[in-house]
Design a protein around this ligand. Structure first.
Ligand code: HEC
Length: 232
C-alpha cells in the first residue's frame, strides 16, 4: 500500500508537471532546462557592428560570386543579347517545338494575359480596372522587336511594366517569347499560308468556321455562321 501511494503521488506530479500548466500565460521567463541556443551572441542582419572593419554586420559578396545554379555566362540564352555586346538577338536562341509553344501558352496565360490579353492585344482584365497604356503585341513596332528585347522586358520589366524574371525561369521566358511570336503571326497570315484547296472559297469572300461535326465527323465551311456546306 505504501508503494502504491508513493507511485500514485509521483504519477500525479509527473502528469501535472508535464501537461498541467501548458498553454497558461505568465509574465515570468520560462524555466529552461535546456536553453536550446535561444540566447547567444550573434550578428543581426543589416545592422551596424564594430567587429568588421566596414562596421556592417552583413558583409557584401566577394567580387565575382555567383549563386549556386544561377545563370552567369554572357550567352544569348541567359541575357537575350549577342555575347560581348549590348545588342539584342533577333531570333529565339532555343529549339522551337510544340512542347515549348504549349508551355509558352500556359505561362503566357498565367503571367501576361491578365494585362496583355489572351490574344495579345493589350486588353486584358486589368485594363477594365484602369491599367492604361498596356502594350499591344500586334503593334508593328513590337512585331519587329528582336526576340532578345522581349526576353529582356520579361526579365527586367519596362517603364510601367514590372519585372517577371523572378517568377519565370529562363527556359520558360523563351517559351513565352515563342508563344508571343505565334500570337503575332496569327494576325499576319498571308494567302500563301492557306492550303490551296481552301483559298478559292476564301477569295469568294466566304469566311470560315473551322468546324467538325462530332457526329458525322464532317468538316464544314460556313458563311455568316449559318449556311454551312458540309462534306468537305
Ligand atoms: C501588370 C500588367 C502587366 C503584365 C502582367 C505584363 N505586362 Fe507587359 N506591359 C505592361 C505595360 C503597362 C506595358 C507598357 C509599358 C510602357 O511602355 O510603359 C507593357 C509592355 C510590354 C512590352 C513592350 C515593351 C516595349 O519595349 O515597349 C512587352 C514586350 C511586354 N510587355 C511583354 C510582356 C510579357 C511577355 C508578359 C508576361 C511574362 C508581360 N508583358 C506581363 C503591363 C504588363
Amino acid at each position: 500500500m505504501r508503494y502504491f501511494l508513493a507511485i500514485y503521488v509521483l504519477i500525479i506530479v509527473a502528469v501535472l508537471s508535464i501537461a498541467g500548466f501548458r498553454g497558461s500565460h505568465s509574465p515570468k521567463p520560462p524555466l529552461e532546462v535546456f536553453p536550446d541556443m535561444d540566447r547567444q551572441l550573434k550578428l543581426r542582419p543589416q545592422s551596424g557592428n564594430g567587429f568588421f572593419e566596414n562596421g556592417r554586420s552583413s558583409q557584401p559578396y566577394v567580387a565575382g560570386t555567383v549563386a549556386r545554379g544561377a545563370p552567369y555566362q554572357d550567352v544569348p540564352v541567359n541575357t537575350g543579347r549577342i555575347s560581348g555586346t549590348t545588342n539584342f538577338v533577333s531570333t529565339i536562341p532555343v529549339a522551337l517545338n510544340k512542347t515549348l509553344l504549349a508551355r509558352g501558352q500556359q505561362r503566357y496565360n498565367i503571367h501576361c494575359a491578365p494585362c496583355h490579353g489572351v490574344t495579345g492585344d493589350g486588353k486584358g482584365v486589368t485594363a477594365k480596372y484602369g491599367m492604361v497604356a498596356i502594350a499591344n503585341f500586334h503593334d508593328p513596332r513590337l512585331v519587329k522587336m528582336p526576340a532578345g528585347e522581349i526576353f529582356n522586358t520579361i526579365t527586367h520589366g519596362k517603364n510601367l511594366m514590372g519585372p517577371y524574371g523572378a517568377n519565370i525561369d529562363i527556359p520558360d521566358r523563351w517559351a513565352v517569347v515563342a508563344y508571343l511570336r505565334a500570337l503575332q503571326r496569327s494576325r499576319l497570315a498571308v494567302l500563301d499560308d492557306i492550303p490551296e484547296f481552301e483559298r478559292a472559297a476564301l477569295q469568294q469572300n466566304w469566311w470560315w468556321v473551322s468546324r467538325r461535326d462530332p457526329k458525322t465527323r464532317a468538316d464544314s465551311i460556313c458563311r455568316s455562321g449559318q449556311n454551312c456546306l458540309t462534306g468537305w
